[in-house]
Design a protein around this ligand. Structure first.
Ligand SMILES: [Zn+2]
Length: 571
């Protein structure tokens, strides 16, 4: 790497650049945030206007962090750029866009103590003690994932066994299935549960043998006695979770994300990061309900803030639950639960009222719909409303997991965005077969059929429900197989999309779904230079190779924000 400063540069800018360079050099990464940059000698790809692959070998980035020129092999290179990155023949792809994730959820999940890998009580205790020591500022120690069966304990653990490792603060650890929690004495004291407490309806307070004293285990409805005492995250906790989530996403190759369900507190955290200059990824925000939407956006969607790093686009609404818990709303009963069709979370007029409330002020509407009845209801509501709310609305259906094949065409007719998460298909397939039965799989996770209607696909992860890794999603999208290559030939393989479509849905599709096309998502003149250097060719590697792809560097707006060799930049 070499760098050359233009002689005619203004003196103050020169000083500033020099200090940036000095700071960057100290970090072992030498990319000034604002200067003309030439990224050269790369094998670059992007999605063009027609959704086809366009190849190039260099990018000239201006001092606003936008692509000034895409350079092909043989094109004359500009002279006198401030900074040159020699890609040494590496592969360059657009930054991945995750069209559906929960940003602070990712951060909080990563910051929570995870006991799922522990094989004995002693191992869990050691891990808890170490975590408490590493996190002296945390008022509560909260964790998940323990399983006394896996420990070979033959009984539940006790408060005393937790007190032995952490007694200075309350500790609350949920069992792996979420149906029981383990508290230490400090947490029990705060819960108010004691020998005189009755078990709540639908729950049980485990007692120390030979007495009525709580033993430390709270089952089902009794869990709330302790869990309700955990303080809400403070602003600084949220800021920490945001930085954690951002680090995870940037090193995974995700440069922009749609945050599905932003609260006012989340938004304030995003804003604080933007104000401080520590917001390095792009967030397209969908408020957690109409009330949050009005609080955050006021009279309409926010402007694009911080050089296209943040915008409130609209609102996220829920119409049903999930297939796994049989909360998804189906047209016909569950194949494995006759008489149960799931449940809508609101009725038709409530849904239409909320959609109208948002659409009236030009907020974009994103609706969670899993079951075919829920999708049918949303499609019908969009059809009813598209006369009233004309123009470019880009109604979004989140997940669109099970759609009546007869209704698929509505996606194309109304330009609906199908915001889908390929990895859900592999995680869910056995469960989906059980819930739906073989006869009702035709419209399930129907990526290709939906794309064929002319609708726009936007792919994402739903992290932290699934891993953030966009390359696992990409490999799944064109194979319909999981990490183990199962099932052979792919599940409902006619619903695969091709590699170009998959890449488009993880880049340009996500930008379009968030009204960000022209700003970022593609590596073309005038768009933000958000890109990755990766260690293999996305278009030629096998699905297995793509799953083990390594992100070498992540750049957002012409600034290097992650370097696998030099750690990440930021804060
Ligand atoms: Zn979600």
């Amino acid at each position: 790497m070499k760098q050359a400063l233009i002689a005619s540069i203004a003196a103050d800018r020169l000083t500033w650049l020099a200090s940036v360079c000095a700071a960057a050099l100290a970090l072992g990464i030498a990319a000034p945030a604002a200067a003309d940059t030439l990224v050269d000698n790369v094998q670059g790809v992007t999605i063009d206007e027609e959704g086809k692959i366009d190849r190039f070998t260099g990018l000239w980035i201006d001092d606003d962090g936008k692509v000034k020129l895409v350079l092909k092999r043989g094109d004359r290179r500009p002279s006198g750029v401030d900074y040159l990155l020699d890609g040494k023949g590496q592969y360059l792809v657009p930054g991945m866009i995750d069209a559906h994730a929960h940003v602070l959820g990712i951060g909080f999940a990563a910051l929570t103590l995870d006991l799922s890998g522990t094989a004995s009580l002693a191992e869990a205790q050691a891990k808890i003690a170490a975590y408490a020591a590493e996190n002296p500022g945390r008022r509560w120690i909260v964790g998940t994932g323990w399983n006394q069966e896996k420990w070979g304990l033959g009984r539940f653990p006790t408060a005393a066994e937790l007190d032995a490792v952490v007694s200075d603060r309350p500790v609350w650890l949920e069992r792996v299935d979420g149906h029981a929690g383990w508290a230490n004495s400090a947490a029990i004291a705060l819960s108010g549960a004691n020998a005189a407490s009755k078990d709540p309806v639908g729950g049980r307070i485990e007692r120390t043998s030979g007495s009525r004293e709580p033993s430390g285990i709270f089952v089902d409805e009794a869990m709330g006695l302790v869990a309700s005492k955990i303080p809400r995250p403070r602003p600084e906790d949220r800021d920490l979770a945001l930085q954690e989530a951002q680090n995870i996403m940037l090193r995974s190759g995700v440069t922009a994300v749609a945050d599905m369900g932003t609260t006012i507190e989340d938004w304030q955290s995003f804003r604080r990061a933007g104000d401080k200059g520590s917001l390095k990824m792009r967030i397209m925000s969908y408020a957690a309900g109409v009330e949050a939407m009005e609080l955050i956006g006021g009279p309409g969607p926010s402007p694009w803030l911080y050089d296209d790093k943040l915008r409130l686009n609209g609102v996220k609404l829920y119409l049903d639950g999930a297939l796994g818990s049989r909360g998804a709303w189906l047209k016909q009963p569950y194949a494995d639960d006759a008489g149960n069709v799931g449940l809508p979370s609101m009725n038709s007029s409530q849904l239409r009222n909320l959609m109208s409330r948002a659409a009236l002020d030009k907020f974009q509407v994103a609706i969670h719909a899993i079951g075919d009845a829920a999708n049918s209801e949303v499609l019908g509501a969009i059809e009813d409303m598209s006369g009233t709310y004309q123009g470019d609305r880009r109604w979004r259906i989140e997940h669109a997991q099970v759609v009546d094949p007869a209704e698929l065409a509505l996606f194309g007719r109304h330009g609906i965005i199908a915001s889908m998460q390929p990895v859900h298909q592999t995680s869910d397939r056995t469960m989906a077969e059980a819930r739906l039965g073989q006869g009702r799989l035709a419209g399930a996770y129907a990526w290709n059929s939906i794309a064929d209607t002319g609708a726009r696909l936007a792919f994402g992860s739903d992290a932290p429900v699934e891993s953030v890794d966009p390359f696992a999603g990409l490999a799944t999208a064109f194979t319909r197989t999981d990490a183990a290559g199962q099932p052979f030939g792919g599940w409902q393989p006619q619903e695969r999309v091709n590699r170009e479509q998959a890449l488009a849905a993880f880049t340009y599709g996500g930008a379009y779904a968030g009204f960000a096309e022209g700003r970022f998502g593609r590596l073309v003149e005038g768009e933000r230079a958000d890109f990755l250097l990766v260690d293999r060719d996305l278009l030629l590697s096998s699905p297995e190779e793509i799953r083990s792809l390594k992100v070498l560097q992540t750049w957002v707006g012409g600034e290097r924000v992650y370097d696998s060799a030099g750690g990440e930049r930021g804060n």
